[in-house]
Design a protein around this ligand. Structure first.
Ligand SMILES: [Zn+2]
Length: 457
């Protein structure tokens, strides 16, 4: 009897693992508006993938779309439009790139500036490809949290790229209300298109990722390339915009080209790898446009007593809930999406307790702020003294009732998911050698109040 139960449980476990969905995303940063052969590379990749029924997401630069149009490449535009269309910035590498222009700006001014600079490219893509881009990804490592607010305003729900500034368990996550596919670590798998001896290695890495994700109930794997890589040996922008250099269109230098043989080998190695992915049982190839349907819609059903207990010790992500979700639940919000605070504030309250009446006034004021701005306040006032948001959250969670409320200090554990090295996180051949953006990472940490896993449906 016991053995039968055990076997049953084992079979159930195995079938759960077998059914765990593994999704595969293939995307191309389609950006080279200098070298016309890159247009043909994009056409060939789109056509070859269509022939084997593999959908990809082409994240297109605004200037690239305009150049395709002015070169009369309707063949390329049509072939790409049969796949999914994403967005990859308006001008990509023409200085200043996003992280550079976002660096001196705060949360809201940065969002306005991203909207102003990048909005035209979105509108051009819509006009040229007849569809709103499904996702955005930054040029190089030129990331900034302000972009998320602008993306929501532009109607782009997904951020799909690879970078190190923010990440959660090497799987997709929600951040500032945007669905992020970012920082997938070992779940980003690429085949070396220059070395046939490494093809087996990449397939093995892919198989390992599939097995690992199945064992943990499913997940996402991604592969990315640039069409231009299949025809050139150096990047179009490294030739013209290295380390922040400006080159005007009339002076553009063309990158070094691959030989015909080298190019053919690159296509072959790539397609062999994609065919391996397609043949792998239990793997579903999807595009960025499908992503929001594949994950759970964020819910606000927070276990309030549990949050009270946990928040008093440490402010952290709990199951599918961000720290912001939990704070909102403590404040009595039924469902709301907010951004993190725009700045970091220190507590000035010196006393160890706050009189109940004053505390309730502060609490009401915090609720009013969130209602008005759809953003968490950086601090909450109690008369002429204030608590930082973290200290307020911990104090609120620890409130036992009574005539006074004991002041607690909040530990923002969720901030550990944001990169700490302001130089390495923004390292990119197009940023100046000395470029670093500690302020963008700090703003990113504040926005990590909203960070939470994107769970599979
Ligand atoms: Zn790019």
């Amino acid at each position: 009897m016991f053995l039968r139960l055990l076997l049953c449980a084992l079979a159930l476990q195995l079938s759960l693992v077998a059914d765990a969905p593994v999704y595969y995303l293939l995307w191309f940063d389609t950006e080279d508006y200098v070298e016309p052969a890159a247009d043909d590379a994009a056409l060939r990749l789109a056509t070859d993938l269509e022939a084997i029924s593999v959908p990809a997401t082409f994240k297109i630069v605004g200037e690239k779309a305009r150049v395709l149009e002015s070169r009369g490449r309707t063949d390329v535009i049509r072939a790409l439009a049969r796949h999914d269309i994403g967005y990859h910035a308006n001008n990509h590498s023409i200085p200043p790139p996003p992280a550079m222009y976002l660096k001196p700006l705060g949360l809201l001014e940065g969002a306005e500036e991203f909207f102003r600079r990048e909005g035209d490219g979105v509108r051009d893509l819509e006009r040229i490809f007849g569809v709103k881009p499904s996702c955005y990804g930054q040029p190089g490592s030129s990331w900034g949290p302000q972009s998320n607010i602008a993306l929501r305003r532009l109607g782009i729900p997904v951020y799909m790229d690879e970078g190190s500034q923010v990440g959660l368990n090497n799987q997709p996550f929600w951040y500032m209300g945007i669905l992020y596919v970012f920082n997938l670590g070992p779940n980003t798998v690429r085949v070396n298109i220059d070395d046939a001896t490494k093809a087996g290695e990449a397939k093995q890495k892919f198989d390992d990722a599939v097995a690992r994700l199945k064992a943990q109930g499913g997940g996402f794997i991604q592969t990315y390339y640039h069409p231009t890589e299949f025809v050139t040996t150096e990047f179009w922008d490294a030739v013209n915009f290295a380390r922040g250099k400006f080159t005007g269109p009339s002076d553009y230098k063309r990158p070094q080209m691959r030989t015909k043989e080298s190019s053919e080998q690159a296509y072959k190695l790539f397609l062999d790898f994609v065919k391996h992915v397609k043949q792998t049982p239990g793997v579903r190839i999807v595009t960025a446009r499908q992503l929001p349907q594949l994950v759970e819609t964020p819910s606000q059903l927070v276990d309030v007593p549990r949050t009270r207990e946990r928040f008093a010790a440490s402010l952290d992500i709990e199951g599918p809930h961000s720290a912001a979700d939990q704070l909102l639940a403590l404040l009595g919000f039924q469902s709301a999406r907010v951004d993190g605070p725009a700045a970091r504030s220190e507590s000035t309250v010196k006393a160890t307790t706050i009189p109940r009446e004053l505390f309730l006034r502060g609490r009401e004021d915090a609720i009013s702020y969130i209602d008005q701005h759809r953003r968490l306040p950086s601090h909450v006032w109690f008369g002429s003294e204030r608590l930082s948001l973290a200290d307020f959250a911990a104090t609120l969670a620890g409130d036992q009732g009574g005539l006074t409320v004991g002041v607690r200090r909040g530990q923002t554990a969720f901030e550990k998911h944001i990169a700490t090295d302001p130089k390495r996180a923004f390292n990119w051949a197009i940023h100046p050698e000395t470029f670093e953006a500690p302020g963008l990472l700090e703003l990113g940490r504040l926005q990590a109040w909203t960070l939470k896993p994107a769970r599979l449906r």
